[in-house]
Design a protein around this ligand. Structure first.
Ligand code: PMP
Length: 401
């Protein structure tokens, strides 16, 4: 058996549900901002497992935390607590300045839980359960989370759960007209991720907070993609100085180990009774230990500041390319959550970069998404930007020539 890219790609095709359009590559090793495929080719990872590996691959502190915990206790049921779960819960509550946390295994599961408790709160206060979400948003691929999002993810999966309505992003009036006694919550990504890296406007989020307060409607921030240092602050909400009633996390939380969370204010937690929600794996000691090590390392190594500085450097560099070559309409984002809006589909550029050993991805068709590890060395960024510039120049001259 030859464990090559080809072999693994084709084996996978025989067995895996054909829902992912995969590149014919298999990755077998990662260290810092670099990964290696099964044929031995080295890549700089500007995608970081889709904004997951915020500390890069196999950070020694995360590896050690996982190894140490695995040797002691891997799993215990939620009838009991464990030291890493207790410590992680306290740390998340302290950092978020929210009051209670529930640990999950993914982003979609965090959003599902957040919407469930929002409904319980609303019903306890004599309100309906409708949830307002944003057009172009993304909150996951389970049945209720697709109900919040883009129509393209709903097709073929009808009936879509009831009680959801979408309004345009960054438009306060559109939310205002929906506000009645049937509404339980508004859910929003402070920075839309899958939708093309689009930050909410400052006045809009502040207005949304005020509008929700006036109507006793809960405000849910989905920080699954923009949280955990990604945006240059530990939580994206800090850019806006707006406190949500409920917040969801996942992706970067576990340094690559599957774990998510939702947090809420005490007033929301107060409506929850024993048995209202549950999970087998959420808060698992192994995942919790990984998350604890990840968070502590991000804070100790001041990687929020690093994300902010590196993001500013990339933005400046891409702006220069836009001025020089065209093809780039806009560069958006905060920290190391960057979207390069092209005037054409981003897939050919993604493919060209991949051939040259740089992993990025295309989101919303025409946006090149750059979400590298927060600790990526400057020399790697310079190499990536040189390759990006060369390929942009090439694509522009091909079109003109
Ligand atoms: N919310 C947001 C903002 C996301 O970006 C994602 C994943 N792209 C999710 C939720 C769903 O997370 P998961 O894939 O872990 O279910």
């Amino acid at each position: 058996m030859q464990v090559s890219n080809d072999y693994l790609y084709n084996e996978d095709k025989k067995n895996y549900l054909p829902t992912f359009k995969r590149f014919p590559l298999a990755f077998i090793k990662g260290k810092g901002s670099r990964v290696w495929d099964a044929d031995g080719k080295e890549y700089i990872d500007m995608l970081a497992g889709i904004a997951v590996n915020n500390l890069g691959h196999c950070h020694p502190k995360v590896v050690k935390a996982i190894q140490d915990q695995a040797a002691v206790l891997i799993h215990v049921s939620n009838f009991f607590v464990s030291p890493p779960q207790v410590a992680l819960s306290k740390l998340l509550v302290d950092l978020s300045k929210l009051d209670r946390v529930f640990l999950t295994n993914s982003g979609a599961e965090s959003v599902e839980g957040a919407m469930k408790i929002a409904r319980k709160y609303a019903h306890t206060h004599g309100r309906g359960g409708r949830i307002i979400s944003m057009e172009n948003s993304f909150h996951g691929r389970t049945l209720a989370t697709i109900a919040t999002g883009q129509a393209k993810y709903q097709q073929g999966f009808e009936p879509i759960p009831a009680g959801f309505v979408q309004v345009p992003f960054n438009d306060l009036d559109a939310v205002k007209v929906q506000m009645d006694n049937e509404v339980a919550a508004v859910i929003i990504e402070p920075i839309q991720g899958e939708g093309g890296i689009i930050p909410a406007d400052l006045a809009y989020l502040k207005g949304l907070r005020k509008l929700c307060d006036e109507n006793n409607v809960l405000l849910i921030f989905d920080e699954v993609q923009c949280g955990i240092g990604r945006s240059g602050k530990f939580f994206a909400k800090e850019h806006y100085d707006v406190q949500p009633d409920i917040m969801t996390l996942a992706k970067g939380l576990g340094g690559g180990v599957p774990i998510g969370a939702f947090l809420c204010k005490k007033k929301v937690a107060d409506v929850i009774n024993f048995g209202d929600h549950g999970t087998t794996f959420g808060g698992n000691p192994l995942a919790s230990a990984a998350a604890l090590a990840t968070i502590k390392t991000i804070l100790e190594e001041d990687l929020c500041t690093a994300a902010d500085e590196k993001g500013a450097w990339i933005t400046q560099r891409v702006k220069e390319m836009a001025d020089k070559y065209g093809m780039i309409n806009e560069i958006r984002g905060l920290g190391l959550m960057i979207g390069v809006q092209l005037d054409r589909p981003a897939a050919p550029l993604v493919k060209a970069l991949l051939d040259e050993g740089v992993i990025a991805n295309a989101t919303a068709e025409t946006v090149l998404r750059l979400v590298p590890p927060l600790n990526i060395p400057q020399s790697d960024l310079e190499e990536v930007m040189d390759k990006l510039e060369r390929n942009i120049e090439k694509l522009v001259s091909e079109k003109n020539g």
